[in-house]
Design a protein around this ligand. Structure first.
Ligand code: ADP
Length: 415
């Protein structure tokens, strides 16, 4: 193909106008790119550096005048001819297009015979003019219009945001409702499974022994399912801000004993050592003991998941001002610095989803990406803070991670 005479960008949403202009200019040796709206138009302009831009004024989203003003603010296009091409010939339109930064103003539908000549003139440097007084008067009107449009947009965004919040609440309510619906029959199944296990255990009969084995499996499955449902309920409560604390005096050593007790079998199987230190002399704090235990269960559960066998987990407590700083450090794979803020977000996991394993206790075993968001929700509901320190993630050198839970001794906001 011969070298085009010039490159032209036409920003226009009407397909018929696009085709006509493209056909006419093509046949006169121009290369024409077309964009149906402003953001695409600006992107195409940046990519192809056109010698001239034809601009429809009434466009969806940004108007042609706004696109022109934006293009003029970019050094690459400060001198590029931008010609308004519009059917809107009412009073003041031409002047406003020029005030917004257009070089010229042509009307639609185009005159097929004259159009190529008009385009050539603009390419050669022709510019429409207006007096300084008129320009500043038009600029003032244009600026006022822009402010009005901005105000309308802010209002629209506020409404859309409000709607999104409502939808988000509906989603959380739905999850809580479904989880409760699942929990009710599961309690029943769990009860029957327990009864079955009780009935068939301690028997010498071989058929019954097999039954006992099946009942054991059933109980384990039901427990896992209940655990997932409880996690989903807690995450929805945290997300919707409906987590209710039942405050009272909390003895931290007792809570830590419960946490380590729950982790005992897994740690034994994986040869992980948990060491709890310095809790006995700490003051009794005002908190919701059950919720704090849930938060610690998640953090300790993660320390187990992300530390290879034979690793070490240390849980330490100390008074820091008017709060207790509980640290949980592990000798695991660590967390990249740039991810450390994000891991506390809902459903955020670092492992690739295809490597998701259903075992919660195996090294790098699977999770739903909700443990840390629940822990954060609980700690923040106590007016506390949670954060992590880790040098990097490296499954070879195992830099480890240290989670801090800073919980006020009395329920006041930490300074
Ligand atoms: P998950 O269910 O995936 O464990 P969490 O919210 O509990 O979700 O944790 C989010 C992510 O943070 C995890 O996917 C994991 O990559 C990372 N993470 C959490 N705790 C640790 C830890 N102790 N060591 C290394 N990575 C961790």
């Amino acid at each position: 193909m011969d070298q085009p005479k010039a490159v032209i960008l036409y920003i226009e949403d009407d397909i018929a106008s696009q085709r006509l202009v493209q056909r006419v200019l093509d046949s006169h040796g121009y290369k024409v790119y077309v964009a149906g709206e402003g953001t695409l138009g600006i992107a195409l302009a940046r990519e192809h550096r056109p010698n001239l831009i034809l601009m429809d004024i009434n466009l969806p989203g940004m108007t042609g005048k706004e696109i022109t003003t934006r293009l003029r603010s970019l050094p690459t296009f400060s001198q590029t001819p931008i010609v308004a091409l519009t059917a809107n010939t009412g009073p003041g339109n031409r002047e406003q297009a020029l005030a917004a930064g257009c070089t010229g103003f042509l009307t639609k539908p185009i005159n097929v015979l004259q159009f190529p000549k008009q385009v050539a003139e603009y390419l050669e440097g022709y510019e429409e003019t207006m007096s300084d007084d008129e320009r500043s008067e038009q600029l003032e009107i244009y600026a006022q219009k822009l402010v009005n449009r901005l105000e309308d947009k802010v209002y629209e965004l506020q409404k859309a945001n409000q709607r999104l919040r409502e939808l988000d609440k509906m989603k959380s309510d739905f999850i809580v409702l479904v989880s409760h619906e699942l929990r009710t029959p599961l309690t029943l199944i769990s009860g029957y499974a327990y009864l079955l296990r009780e009935k068939v255990s301690n028997t010498e009969d071989s058929a019954m022994k097999q039954m006992a084995h099946i009942a054991e499996g059933l109980n384990m499955g039901v427990d896992r399912l209940s655990g997932v449902i409880e996690e989903i309920i807690s995450v929805s409560r945290v997300a919707s801000g409906t987590l209710e604390l039942s405050l009272g005096p909390v003895n931290l050593p007792e809570i830590l004993e419960a946490v380590t007790e729950r982790a005992h079998d897994i740690c034994q199987a994986r040869q992980l050592n948990i060491n709890v230190s310095n809790f006995n002399h700490l003051p009794v704090i005002e908190a919701d003991g059950d919720q704090l235990r849930v938060a610690l269960d998640h953090i300790v559960g993660n320390a187990i998941k992300y530390t290879p066998d034979h690793g070490q987990i240390n849980i330490h407590g100390k008074v820091m001002g008017n709060a207790i700083d509980i640290t949980i450090s592990d000798t695991g794979i660590g967390i990249p610095v740039e991810e450390q803020r994000h891991i506390f977000e809902q459903f955020y996991t670092l492992g690739a989803i295809q490597h998701h394993s259903t075992s919660k206790s195996a090294f790098q075993g699977g999770g739903l990406g909700i443990g840390l968001s629940v822990a954060r929700g609980i700690v923040e509901a106590h007016n506390g803070r949670i954060w992590v320190e880790s040098e990097k993630r490296d499954p070879e050198t195992l830099p480890g991670s240290t989670f801090h839970l800073l919980v006020p001794i009395k329920q006041v906001k930490l300074s």
